[in-house]
Design a protein around this ligand. Structure first.
Ligand code: LLP
Length: 422
């Protein structure tokens, strides 16, 4: 459910009229609904009511500080994958003991920063990383609570490029190696192996892969306990999909929660969740103006002022996003390729999409763009990052303004040569 509806034929974000907002802030811009973000966290938390559970919002999905502040207010923590994301979570006021640190390539500097902050858990993805973390922790006389990210060898995810839990993927440690790794970790003084972690992919549209992964990690936890290890936490990652337009709807959070609760109840562990997309995706849309309607030799193009640099999902994963005119238009539907201004053929939001007749100057909304939209944006073609706006009732706040050209080039310079002897 989301809070983008029509009033008098015009799309609104909560009660903010998007035509008026486009005039106020310029296009393209992302607009998020505060109420939708909060609702999604609440639905998730309610589904796990009574269980010992930490919801660590996956910051990469949408890392805007204002979004993180909403997460904190709703009682969520953070799943971070870099020193930058860690700083964001802390700046947003999140308590370090609600922060988990994931990712295959944490640097020693990032480990040190997270140890100093006192985060809840490191999700360790290799033996080499274990050694590095142990050394960094020992150098600070600290002890890092860790979970190994187990690669359960389960196929899952909406696209090959967002599947992470197969043996050939770079993520996690081979489940067969877990026994030896936990034994090694237990003997190290800088780490405390308290948990097991997995994350098998993203935009997962059925429960079967979660079930397979849970079966495997349950076996691993039982085997580790038989070895005398004390395993008190299970991090089940994120990955639950969302409905994109008319695509098949993934399971509801409630059904997911029932499965996880049923499968994990016998384990008696604290649960950690890292949802990203299901919190943020439907809470945001990208609003763009039609620059031109171009009658090509073979097809009709709508050329928008938003491009693949603003929302790369269609170009990168052939992702489907519903696209709607902000003001309802009458007339027989036309078929358009909906593209951006960037100099790449893949700068295309939709191919052969039926829309009511649209004119230059009209506004369109690219739906379900709150997750992996702004956070994956770039300034390719020296296009300024789209503004980000939050709607709350009939109010809006610009939560990231569009940079000026001077800001975009401020870190570049033509001089300052330094010699290094070869
Ligand atoms: N935890 C870990 C360790 C992850 O790698 C991810 C996402 C999540 C949690 C959150 O997963 P979610 O609940 O959002 O599915 N850019 C792609 C998605 C990449 C997901 C990367 N990892 C897209 O736009 O579809």
């Amino acid at each position: 459910m989301h809070h983008f509806n029509r009033i008098g034929g015009v799309l609104v974000a909560e009660n903010v009229n998007l035509e008026a907002l486009a005039d106020a802030v310029g296009t393209p811009f992302y607009i998020y609904s505060d109420a939708t973000l909060r609702r999604h966290v609440r639905v998730f938390k309610e589904a796990f009511e009574g269980a010992d559970a930490l919801v660590a919002y996956s910051v990469k999905a949408n890392s805007n500080l204002a979004v993180l502040e909403v997460m904190r207010e709703e009682g969520a923590g953070a799943d971070v994958v870099s020193g930058g994301e860690l700083k964001r979570a802390i700046k947003a006021g999140m308590s370090p003991d609600t922060i988990v640190f994931s990712g295959v390539g944490k640097t020693r500097a990032e480990m040190a920063e997270a140890l100093d902050a006192g985060i809840f858990q490191f999700n360790v993805e290799s033996e080499a990383e274990l050694d590095a973390l142990n050394e960094v922790a020992l150098s600070k006389s600290a002890r890092a609570a860790i979970a190994f990210r187990i690669n359960p060898d389960v196929a899952a995810g909406g696209h090959e490029k967002i599947s992470t839990g197969k043996a050939e993927d770079k993520f996690g440690v081979n489940w067969e190696a877990a026994h030896a790794l936990y034994a090694k970790a237990a003997a190290l003084k800088g780490v405390d192996p308290v948990g097991v972690d997995f994350h098998i992919g993203s935009q997962i549209s059925d429960l079967a892969p979660f079930e397979s992964a849970l079966v495997r990690v349950s076996e691993i936890i039982a085997a580790l306990r038989a070895d005398g290890r004390i395993i008190s936490r299970l991090d089940v990652g994120g990955g639950l999909g969302v409905p994109y337009g008319d695509r098949p709807a993934p399971p509801e959070p409630k059904a997911y929660a029932e499965l996880v609760r049923r499968m994990t109840a016998p384990l008696g562990v604290k649960l950690i969740f890292e949802p990203g997309r299901m919190i943020a995706a439907n809470a945001g849309i990208l609003v763009s103006r039609v620059l031109y309607v171009k009658e090509g030799a073979a097809k009709k193009f709508l050329i928008l002022d938003a491009g693949m640099n603003d929302l790369i999902r269609p170009a990168l994963y052939d992702a489907f996003h519903a696209i709607e005119p902000i003001r309802e238009r009458d007339g027989a539907a036309q078929t358009y390729d909906i593209v951006g201004p960037v100099c790449e053929t893949s700068d295309r939001f939709a191919k052969a999409r039926a829309l009511p007749p649209v004119k230059a100057g009209d506004l369109v909304a690219i739906m379900t763009a709150g997750a992996y939209g702004a956070s994956l944006a770039s300034e390719y073609n020296t296009r300024p990052l789209a503004a980000e706006v939050m709607a709350r009732g009939n109010q809006y706040a610009v939560i990231r303004r569009r940079p000026s050209f001077e800001e975009m080039v401020a870190r570049e310079s033509g001089g300052g040569w330094t010699t290094i002897q070869g």
